[in-house]
Every structure is written in structure tokens, then in C-alpha cells.
Unconditional design. Structure first.
Length: 207
């Protein structure tokens, strides 16, 4: 006689869907890194819509500096991008299998989520120069866009505030990613979650 199926705990459902989201985001992030290094960056249209010559030159200069920084960081960024792509894809795949009640997938998913969080943290610390160069590009673009939209007396203060918000974005994103990964692992390893997968693995269809 088939054993009665246990109902998935709500926190397990949230953990599995959270893992799907993190896996998808990681795969896209890794793919973006792959495309960045595989295809040459087209800078022909940079600054085309900026009327002020000095601000246009500033944007072009910072974009060129960003590309040079990206090239110099290839030995670090490329393997991290590949790792992010593979880990994100694996997290998504095993989350799908765990949604089907596969206990072995749950155990593997815990390890993969931890590994993905570690790779994301490593990317943040090892690619600080790339992030900094990217921020400088955005700061120059913000300055150019504010030229005709923001009064001269308020421009400096607004640009400083925008720069602070952008600079805070990266550490906040890493903190949220780490928190999400921690909650996912917590949901997957709670006693009721383990019991659900144990029961699913022991369930035998009636003959």
C-alpha cells in the first residue's frame, strides 16, 4: 500500500522557488560575462546623444577606461563568469528536481547554493576595479544627463547623492544575495523539510 504523501512545508516551497530565482539570476549573470568577453564591445555610439562636448568626452574617456580595466581583469573575470554560469544552471536544475521530491537533489542543492553565494562574494572582492570603473561611467553619464535637467545650483549635490546610491548598490546586492542564500539553505535543512524528502523517497506505488 502506498504511503500517504506529506505536504510540503511552506518554507520549503519558498526556499525552492528562491533557489530557482537565484539559479536563473546566476546563469544570466555568468552568460553576460561570457558574451562580454566573447564579442567585442562596440563603442561607436557612446556619447552620441550628449550635446556638451566636454561631457561627451568625459563619458567616452570613462567608457574606454572601463574597457581597458575589463580586459586587464580577464584572468579573474572569465573563470568567475564561467563558474557563475555553471553554478547558476546547476542550482536551477537541482531546484527543479527537488521540487519533484528528489531527496538527493535537495542535498546537492544545499551545497550548490552555498557555492554560488561564495562565487558571488568572490566576484565582488576580486573584481572591485571593474565595478569601480563601471561606476565612473555611470557617474559621467549622470553628469551629462543632468546638464539640461537640473539647475546648476543643485547639480553637484544631486550628483553626489546619486553616486553614493550607486556605490552602495553593489555591497547591498551582495548582502541581499548572501541573506537569500542563507534563508534558502535554512529552509532546505529544517527537520520538516528533511522529513518530507525522506517520506517522498520511501513512498512506493501500490502493486
Amino acid at each position: 500500500m502506498a504511503a500517504p504523501q506529506r505536504k510540503r512545508p511552506w518554507f520549503l516551497v519558498l526556499a525552492l522557488f528562491g533557489a530557482l530565482a537565484l539559479g536563473t539570476a546566476g546563469a544570466f549573470q555568468g552568460w553576460a560575462t561570457f558574451v562580454t568577453y566573447h564579442d567585442p564591445v562596440d563603442t561607436s555610439g557612446v556619447g552620441r546623444d550628449i550635446a556638451d562636448e566636454a561631457e561627451r568626452a568625459a563619458v567616452v574617456s570613462r567608457v574606454q577606461a572601463y574597457i581597458e580595466t575589463l580586459d586587464a581583469a580577464k584572468s579573474r573575470a572569465w573563470p568567475l563568469g564561467v563558474a557563475t554560469l555553471l553554478l547558476g544552471s546547476a542550482v536551477f536544475l537541482f531546484a527543479v528536481r527537488a521540487l519533484g521530491g528528489n531527496g538527493a537533489a535537495r542535498a546537492a542543492l544545499v551545497q550548490l547554493v552555498v557555492a554560488q553565494a561564495g562565487a558571488n562574494a568572490a566576484s565582488y572582492w576580486l573584481l572591485r576595479d571593474v565595478f569601480e570603473a563601471d561606476l565612473r561611467v555611470h557617474e559621467a553619464e549622470d553628469a551629462a544627463e543632468s546638464h539640461d535637467r537640473v539647475p546648476e545650483r543643485d547639480r553637484a549635490e544631486i550628483l553626489r547623492a546619486a553616486a553614493k546610491m550607486r556605490r552602495a548598490g553593489y555591497p547591498i546586492a551582495i548582502a541581499l544575495d548572501t541573506l537569500s542564500s542563507t534563508l534558502i539553505v535554512f529552509g532546505l535543512t529544517r527537520r520538516r523539510s528533511r522529513e518530507f524528502f525522506d517520506a517522498a523517497g520511501k513512498a512506493v506505488p501500490e502493486r
